[in-house]
Structure formats: structure tokens, C-alpha cells
Design a protein around this ligand. Structure first.
Ligand SMILES: Cc1cc2nc3c(=O)[nH]c(=O)nc-3n(C[C@H](O)[C@H](O)[C@H](O)COP(=O)(O)OP(=O)(O)OC[C@H]3O[C@@H](n4cnc5c(N)ncnc54)[C@H](O)[C@@H]3O)c2cc1C
Length: 459
């Protein structure tokens, strides 16, 4: 830990706030989205600009401090914070600029997705992100980015055009297809391993309205629904996205009272093609089986993006496990049914996000995201507001994962992983790991950025 003179010097060189242990707002400042994470950093800096980020990186490196990067703070494993070290918080580097002529949006490194959706919707456009507006642009993009627009427009990384970074040596660079292309390749899936992104530039698509929302069925219909869905999503038009979910109906409006607290299965749809065709596209969905609840309809893109934000408020307990999946066999469905029955009440869930369609058109070595041939990113998540239920949700998630893992493709989406060790990271990047490791050596030879799904610098 650097002495007080050095800390005072750091403070004097910053425009943003510096929070240290003992300060009034320390406990508030060390919170992240997952209430299960309880880390105590020595210093937290709320950077306001690139100069602050450079100052912090140099300070962390010169004083040999473990240094974490916090974007939206949503990481399940708490990789936006660390014990005893320095946290470089980007949440005040928040700006957006839409360029309607070139159909791009620039977003500050600390934006969350609702900031970007708000800005782009005013121009009748959108870029692929996730399904919760409060998730950080930084972490979600650098890991890949799966959401409602995946099948239509690809992953978030497939729409990243350029990024500004502060590297481990404190230098500032831009990465794109033309400038530092090796670095640009690495950040499109390699996480926060290579530097701190202070600005992202994304491609925009003419998407303003979405016809979508959850269509849910009785849990007893799971087998029928999964067997239908596993085939339907392979042949569905790319403009139609739909992730499968188990969930418990929240006990309040707009949900009908007879379903409150009931476990259901279903699909959260998002059709982003011609709105005039939407009813036709939904006809086979509506003809296949009568749902218990049909919430699908037309809505502005930011509405579907924020649909679940009020449910999943910050501070709950979260435990995650994930895999990539190429096919859903009948045996896998039986295991899903067993664990849906055992799903803890409240907020716990299981999602199967389709990653076929446009995302599958990108080659497996074109970005570090190696599982372009998988059809789903599967994630089981134990969620509960009460810390007393931490063990219950963790046990359910682990056992569910263990039962389904044999049916998986091997690795997992890095953004759905907790701290699962190096082998799991290697399994996830497959033959891209070695290239990532070489690029890590070039840009961060001493592994300064190690609070992440870490890629070790090549020997
Ligand atoms: C409620 C919820 C919903 C989610 N939904 C989706 C979804 O729909 N689709 C999806 O793909 N993922 C989803 N995720 C997973 C999400 O992508 C990861 O948790 C991601 O790490 C969150 O990014 P963050 O910036 O909010 O996190 P943080 O905890 O702030 O950061 C996580 C990691 O990202 C890196 N990082 C963040 N910002 C930067 C930056 N500017 N520069 C360099 N490194 C940076 C850091 O290395 C850090 O280790 C969801 C997570 C939650 C909790």
C-alpha cells in the first residue's frame, strides 16, 4: 500500500473522486451488482476522463497495486473489484454521440446499455447488446455480448468498429481494423486483459421497433416446448431472436394474479424485421401450443431492453454457471425438467440464448470468440435478495450445471463464468488462446490487468 504522501499526490492529479478505506462513502463505493461479492479495495477512483485513467494506471503499476477495472459493475464473479488494491471506476466516463450519417454511436467506457439505447433510439437505430439495460457496455462488449439482436445483427463485438485504450504502460492507443489490428482482434472477446477502453465505437442498424416479449407455458409442458423450440430456432428468420427461460412469475402487475409465484417455462422473443410481417412471423409460435401468458407485441427497442431491469435490482445474491451447447437432446431436456422443478422460488432462472443466425456467420478465428458453431449459450443463475439463501441458490446452480455439463460443447461464455480456473478459460477460447496469450505479452507483459478471466502472457 503506497504511503499517504503518494496518495495525496494521486488525489491532486485527478479530476475525479478518490475514495479510501475509512471514507464516509467507502462502503457504498465498494458495492457491485452481485450482493454476494464483498471485497475491500484500498482505493477507488471515479475517473472522469482519459487523463484520470492514465494517472491511475501509472499509479497502480508504479506502486505494484492489484488493479481492477469497473465498468457497469455487473460481473457475476465480481471482476470489477478487488481486495486491498486499486479500483479504476469508469462510471463517470459516460457520454454518447450518434453519427447518423455514418450510422455509428460512440460511447464512453463507463456507459451502461440503457445510455446507448436511449441515445440511438432517438435516431431510429440500435446496436446489439444484452437483455438488461443496467449492464456495463465495457464488460459485456469485451466478453462478446449476447442479446435480443444477436441472430439479426451478431454479437456486440461483431459491431465494434473501434476502441480507445489506455495500456498497462500508461500509453493511449486506438484499436480498429486499420490501427493496431492485433489488439482490435484481442479485445473482441478477450475481456479486460489488454487495457482500459475509454471509448467504444459501434455500428448502428435501422432498428427502432421490436415485436417481442415473453410467451410462457405451464412447466408441465417443458418437454413439448423445448422439443419444438430446439428445431424452430434453427430455421427461424435471423430477424427473430428468442431465448428459452425457466422463471417464476413475479407476484404483481402486469402479471395476472392466478400466475403469481408460479414457475413457468417459455421464450422471450424479439422480432426486429419489418413490423408489418410480425404477426405472420408469430403465427407458428402462436399455433404451436396455447401459452399460459402471451406478452409479445410491438414496442420501442429501449422498452424490451429495459423490460427486466426493475425486477433485477442491484444488490441481490447471484451465482452463475454456464456452457455452450450445440444440441438439446431428449436426455438433456429430462435433466432441465428435474432442475426446473427444484428451482428456488423468486428470481432464479435458466436461459438458453441462441447464438446462431448472424453471430454464426463470423469465423471462429476472426475474433477470440471460438464457439461460433454452438447454437446456444446456456446459463443457470441462482438469484435471491436474501443473503441467508446464498447456499441454497449456489447448490442448485452447481448441481444443475453438473447435470447438464455432459451435454455441452465444452467451454462457456466468459461473461457468464465465475472464478473457474485457467483450464476453463482455455476451453472457452480453444485455439484462439495461444494468439491471445501472445498479444497479451506484447501489450501487458507483466499481467498488470489480471482481475478478469485472465489470459496469461506467453512465456
Ligand atoms: C443482470 C445481468 C444481466 C446480464 N445480461 C447479459 C446479457 O444479456 N448478455 C450478455 O452478454 N451478458 C450479460 N450479462 C453478463 C455481463 O456481460 C457480464 O457480467 C459483464 O462482465 C458485465 O460488464 P460490466 O462492465 O457491467 O461489469 P464490471 O463488473 O464492471 O466489469 C467486468 C469486467 O469487465 C472488464 N471491463 C469493464 N469495463 C471495461 C472497460 N471499459 N475497459 C476494460 N475492461 C473493462 C473488467 O476487466 C472487469 O473484469 C449480465 C449480467 C448481469 C448481472
Amino acid at each position: 500500500m503506497p504511503d499517504q504522501t503518494k496518495i495525496d499526490e494521486l488525489k491532486a492529479n485527478l479530476r475525479g473522486r478518490l475514495i479510501a478505506k475509512g471514507d464516509d462513502s467507502y462502503d457504498e463505493s465498494r458495492k457491485v451488482y452481485n450482493g454476494m461479492i464483498n471485497k475491500h479495495p484500498a482505493l477507488i477512483v471515479y475517473c472522469v476522463d482519459v487523463a484520470d485513467v492514465i494517472t491511475c494506471v501509472n499509479f497502480g503499476r508504479e506502486n505494484k497495486m492489484l488493479t481492477a477495472i469497473r465498468g457497469g459493475g455487473h460481473n457475476g464473479g465480481g471482476l470489477g473489484i478487488c481486495d486491498d488494491g486499486l479500483v479504476i471506476d469508469l462510471s463517470n466516463i459516460k457520454y454518447t454521440r450518434v453519427d447518423p450519417k455514418n450510422k455509428t454511436v460512440r460511447a464512453g467506457g463507463g456507459c451502461v446499455w440503457s445510455d446507448v439505447d436511449h441515445a440511438t433510439h432517438a435516431f431510429g437505430m440500435a446496436t446489439p447488446s444484452g437483455i438488461i439495460g443496467s449492464t456495463g457496455v465495457g464488460g459485456l462488449t469485451l466478453g462478446g455480448g449476447i442479446g435480443h439482436l444477436t441472430r439479426h445483427c451478431g454479437l456486440a463485438i461483431d459491431n465494434l468498429l473501434e476502441a480507445d485504450l489506455v495500456l498497462a504502460d500508461g500509453s493511449f492507443v486506438t484499436a480498429s481494423e486499420k490501427e493496431n489490428p492485433d489488439l482490435f482482434w484481442a479485445i473482441r472477446g478477450g475481456g479486460g486483459n489488454f487495457g482500459i477502453i475509454t471509448s467504444f465505437l459501434f455500428r448502428l442498424h435501422p432498428i427502432s421497433m421490436v415485436y417481442g416479449g415473453p410467451v410462457l407455458y405451464e412447466l408441465g409442458e417443458t418437454k413439448k416446448v423445448m422439443q419444438w423450440y430446439r428445431k424452430f430456432i434453427l430455421d427461424a428468420p435471423n430477424e427473430l431472436n428468442g431465448f428459452f427461460a425457466f422463471l417464476t412469475v413475479p407476484p404483481g402487475p402486469p402479471f395476472p394474479e392466478h400466475l403469481h409465484g408460479k414457475k413457468l417455462c417459455g421464450i422471450v422473443w424479439a422480432y426486429t424485421g419489418d413490423m408489418g410481417n410480425a404477426e405472420k412471423v408469430f403465427k407458428p409460435i402462436r399455433d404451436f401450443l396455447k401459452p399460459a401468458l402471451d406478452f409479445a407485441g410491438p414496442m420501442p427497442h429501449p422498452v424490451i431492453q429495459g423490460m427486466f431491469d426493475a425486477l433485477f435490482v442491484p444488490g441481490m445474491q447471484w451465482y452463475w454457471r454456464a456452457d455452450f451447447v450445440k444440441e438439446i437432446s431428449d436426455k438433456a431436456i429430462d435433466a432441465h425438467i428435474e432442475f426446473a422443478d427444484k428451482m428456488p422460488p423468486g428470481f432464479s432462472t435458466m436461459h438458453l440464448y441462441p447464438i446462431n443466425g448472424a453471430a454464426a456467420k463470423v469465423g471462429k478465428n476472426d475474433t477470440p470468440w471460438a464457439y461460433r458453431d454452438a447454437v446456444w449459450a446456456q446459463v443457470m443463475v441462482g438469484v435471491d435478495p436474501d443473503p441467508a439463501n446464498k447456499e441454497v441458490i449456489t447448490k442448485w446452480t452447481k448441481e444443475y450445471f453438473d447435470a447438464l455439463h455432459p451435454f455441452s460443447a465444452g467451454g462457456a461464455y466468459v461473461n457468464f463464468m465465475m472464478d473457474e480456473g485457467e483450464d476453463r478459460i482455455k476451453a472457452t477460447y480453444k485455439d484462439n488462446y495461444e494468439r491471445l496469450s501472445k498479444i497479451k505479452k506484447k501489450y501487458d507483459p507483466n499481467n498488470f490487468f489480471k482481475v478478469n478471466q485472465n489470459i496469461k502472457p506467453a512465456a
